[in-house]
Design a protein around this ligand. Structure first.
Ligand SMILES: *Cc1c(COP(=O)(O)O)cnc(C)c1O
Length: 373
């Protein structure tokens, strides 16, 4: 048996008739950019996230850049974030000229440790990017309370929800918990297009207006530019039409991911430590485990046809592209330790019961032997 790490094709094949019809409708309409599908998807996604506004953009990284610019973040402003979340916030900070300030993650879930935020604040701090990593939710309410209690009411919270579409905290959806939030619709995300796509949600009218201008040349209306640093970053009509089809499935997809996560959790119990333990709030974007003998375990899994991956193998501060002068960092003990031990198992809506059973069989017969040593 060969089990790929990801296979969005399986999910999309199941909807092929509806997706075909959506594409045909765009062809028939002759409207390709910022038409009815984009507007309607934005309304539907804002409603789904329980926010007043949603503006779509070209991808999740553009969403971060535009959200930072909408918040008024400029060169040399500081943005507090983590170093273990794939480098997307770092890329966005670099693009706006902001200085990322890295703090450590909590030991078990590997999410931004909100308790460390106040001590990382300087007079230049404008924003905290809270990444809902692996589909788990950062405690935004606590973060806001900690910031306010320390007198930093002006520091904004940006949620990066690229791995967490539909996740909740005390019943409230991610995307609505902070000041502004960003999403990616990259094909393997919980809500994935057939190409690149992204979105920004907020309930603040001023921020929403700025995002709408920033994604299209800084325009307030056609050919009239009022906001500097505008760019061109739009979701295509064709992708919006496809995402409208897939949004209807998102809750079912997330439910399926949670049940896969539960199955994998049982598979791993007593053999390797599970980072993304199942719960009703998170949406199991990735199933992440850890063990000090990662190399040998992954080698054995791969030899038996089971793909693995590492999210992520290099901390932002250790990337060759990083210039030590361009960031500030506090101690990253748990981030560092986790980076040496974590790996991810296949976890996506299209995985079959037979494949999950096969993974369990290999864990019981082969991986358990390695980890007992
Ligand atoms: C995928 C991802 C992004 C970037 O999205 P793109 O659409 O690939 O630009 C940003 N943040 C996180 C946490 C992601 O997983």
């Amino acid at each position: 048996m060969k089990i790929l790490f990801n296979q969005p094709k399986r999910e999309n094949d199941e909807l092929s008739l509806e997706i075909d019809a959506a594409i045909k409708n765009v062809l028939k309409s002759g409207i390709y950019i910022l038409g009815n599908n984009v507007t309607t998807f934005e309304e539907e996604f804002a409603e789904y996230c329980n926010t007043k506004y949603c503006y779509t953009v070209g991808n999740g990284t553009d969403a971060l850049v535009i959200a930072l610019r909408a918040l008024g973040i400029v060169k040399n402003d500081e943005v507090i974030t983590v170093a273990n979340a794939g480098g997307y916030s770092t890329t966005a900070c670099n693009l706006v000229g902001a200085t990322p300030v890295y703090i450590d993650v909590d030991k078990h879930r590997l999410l931004l440790n909100v308790d460390l935020v106040p001590s990382a604040i300087s007079p230049k701090t404008k924003c905290v990017i809270a990444t809902h990593l692996y589909g788990q939710v950062v405690d935004i309410k606590k973060l806001r309370a900690l910031l306010d209690a320390a007198g930093h009411t002006e520091v904004k919270i940006l949620e990066d929800c690229a791995q967490a579409h539909g996740a909740t905290s005390e019943g409230e959806k991610v995307g609505s918990l902070g000041d502004i939030a960003t999403f990616s619709f990259y094909p393997t995300k919980n809500l994935g297009a057939l190409g690149d796509g992204g979105a920004i949600t907020t309930s603040c009218e001023k921020l929403a207006e700025r995002c709408q201008s920033l994604r299209q040349y800084g325009w307030i209306s056609k050919y009239c530019s009022t906001v500097s640093d505008g760019q061109n970053s739009r979701l295509d009509e064709i992708h919006a039409a496809i995402l409208r089809v897939k949004l209807k499935q998102l809750d079912a997809y997330n439910q399926k991911r949670r049940s896969i996560c539960t199955h994998l959790h049982e598979t791993c119990r007593g053999i390797v430590d599970v980072v993304t333990t199942p719960n009703d709030d998170h949406v199991s974007h990735l199933f992440v485990v850890r063990h000090k003998n990662r190399e040998e375990i992954c080698k054995t899994l791969n030899e038996n046809g089971i793909a693995t991956d590492i999210h992520y193998p290099i901390l932002d501060i250790d990337q060759i592209s990083m210039n030590a002068k361009s960031y500030r960092s506090l101690e990253l003990k748990h981030s560092n330790q986790a980076t040496k031990e974590i790996f991810s198992l296949p976890c996506y809506t299209g995985i079959t019961r037979a494949e999950l059973d096969f993974i369990r069989q290999i864990f019981q017969t082969k991986i358990s032997v390695i980890t007992k040593e």
